[in-house]
Design a protein around this ligand. Structure first.
Ligand SMILES: *Cc1c(COP(=O)(O)O)cnc(C)c1O
Length: 468
């Protein structure tokens, strides 16, 4: 036991040194990273991750919002192994293969009505790039061309990925303002965020005035707007901003009225996250373009898709020499391993009644989260299905934000690790995105740890008025 523990220590130290020497981590200030001991994950099972020394952690963020049925789901492992015995990769440029074909048909079956064509890529950001370029090109090439329609409307505070096009329709200034000179111009509508209404109105009486603002933007620029892009129902990376019911439906109506395409980015909300296969269903709407990624392979491999309507697809048809082709494609587009595991993932949704389970566990989680409301730091709790955010504030009644330099969100999630729970904050919002397979007992584990940790951190921050 002693010696093997020494062995772990030595291995940990070796990997830690190599990591600090060579790995540049995403969204990470490497100076701070190198000053701390990294948590090295070795394996996982179900909803738990295990570090190199065998310590167990509840995966409270689904390994960045991707895990559906759990880590090492036997059916997904088997699908991947079976595909490995055939071919790991073959291209969709000039060839095709069964997993990509079957998966496209399955996605069309599951998606909101009218979305009949599937264009694969590898990440949420690329799914969004594809949608933006398709929308732009569509207006130039359709039978009655509208080449002036080249601009996009997005929501302020929106997040659609980190590539340059996706950042152009993003609004999180912390992530995006630095890159402004690189970006194309886009128009921003106020985010529908009732806890901190950008129009300073109250939900009971506002009549959804934020949607009226979007209408004004559309009306004034209708000739130039190619598309409106939104995350329906819940804006994830913006800080888990839950939209009032009917908002996405209103956006759909406005897009139809003012002849703009509607792009729904369901990279975060898709595949059961909100208790619906797609959040669009909760609003009874169908977009013209639908972007999906994160949960598509159940958290196994990078794969994304942009679904389009026949009307959009047909605008790209013509003789080769007409150059109406959609000139876009990534090397690993439609990778067979990823498609095979995605098919198994979607099959399990049916076998396991995953959506029903998500709704049941989500309502249990909602009850448990309600018990956190009394804690001093807790300002707002926003939840749709199994995606939730707890906004930490300095004063609950005045909704006073905590000073960002106090790192309250980070302190809470970092402390959670001591109690065996992995979470990540978005600023002062603690994000809960557990695997869809989380049990009610595990949801209790999550909220019990949060109750202890938020109380602890609250005492430290609020008592002294400054972090210790
Ligand atoms: C994560 C996310 C993206 C970007 O996906 P990547 O795979 O990280 O490129 C885009 N849109 C939304 C809504 C997301 O949550």
């Amino acid at each position: 036991m002693e010696t093997s523990h020494c062995g772990f220590d030595a291995e940990w130290a070796r990997l830690e040194a190599l990591d600090k020497a060579h790995v540049w981590h995403p969204f990470t200030q490497m100076q701070g990273w190198r000053a701390e001991r990294p948590l090295i994950i070795e394996r996982a099972e179900g909803c738990y991750l295990y570090d190199l020394e065998g310590r167990r952690y509840l995966d409270g963020v689904s390994s960045l919002w991707v895990t559906t049925h759990g880590h090492r789901t036997p059916e997904l492992d088997a699908a991947l192994r079976a595909q490995l015995d055939k071919v790991a990769h073959t291209t969709l440029l000039g060839l095709t293969h069964a997993p990509a074909i079957e998966l496209a048909a399955k996605l069309v079956e599951l998606a909101p009505p009218g979305l009949t064509k599937v264009f694969y890529s590898d990440a949420g950001s690329t799914a969004v790039e594809v949608a933006l370029k398709m929308a732009f090109q569509y207006w130039r090439q359709r039978t009655d061309p509208r080449p002036r329609k080249t601009k996009f409307i997005h929501l302020r505070e929106s997040y659609h990925g980190d590539t340059v096009g996706a950042v152009s329709v993003g609004g999180i200034s912390l992530f995006h303002s630095l890159y402004r000179p690189l970006l194309f111009e886009a128009l921003a509508a106020p985010e529908p965020h009732c806890y901190r209404c950008p129009l300073r109105l109250e939900r009971a009486t506002c009549g959804m005035a934020c949607a009226d603002e979007l209408e004004r933007l559309l009306e004034a620029n209708a000739d130039e707007i190619a598309a409106v892009i939104i995350e329906p129902v819940m804006m994830g990376a913006a800080g888990m901003l839950a939209q009032p019911e009917g908002y996405a439906r209103r956006v759909r109506e406005l897009c139809t009225q003012y002849e703009a395409l509607l792009i729904c980015d369901e990279v975060a909300t898709g595949f059961g996250r909100t208790g619906w296969m797609f959040a669009c269903e909760a609003e009874g709407i169908a977009p013209d373009l639908l972007c999906v990624a994160k949960g598509l392979t159940g958290g196994y491999l990078p794969l994304a898709a942009t679904l389009a309507t026949d009307a959009i697809y047909e605008a790209f048809l013509g003789e080769t020499g007409e150059f109406k082709t959609f000139f876009h494609g990534h090397t690993y587009t439609g990778n067979p391993l990823a498609c095979a595991v995605a098919l198994a993932n979607l099959a399990l949704f049916e076998q396991n009644n995953t959506l029903e389970r998500v709704r049941a566990v989500a309502s249990h989680l909602a009850e448990r989260l309600e018990t956190l409301r009394a804690l001093p730091l807790v300002g707002d709790i926003r939840q749709r299905g199994l995606m939730a955010g707890i906004e930490l504030v300095a004063d609950r009644h005045a909704r006073t934000p905590l000073p960002p330099e106090w790192l309250a969100g980070y302190r809470v999630t970092n402390r959670c690790r001591d109690y065996g729970v992995i979470l990540r904050p978005l600023g002062n919002v603690v994000v809960l995105m557990p695997p869809l397979a989380i049990s009610t007992a595990q949801a209790d584990e999550l909220t019990n740890v949060l109750r202890v940790v938020i109380a602890e951190v609250g005492r430290e921050l609020l008592a002294g008025g400054e972090p210790g």
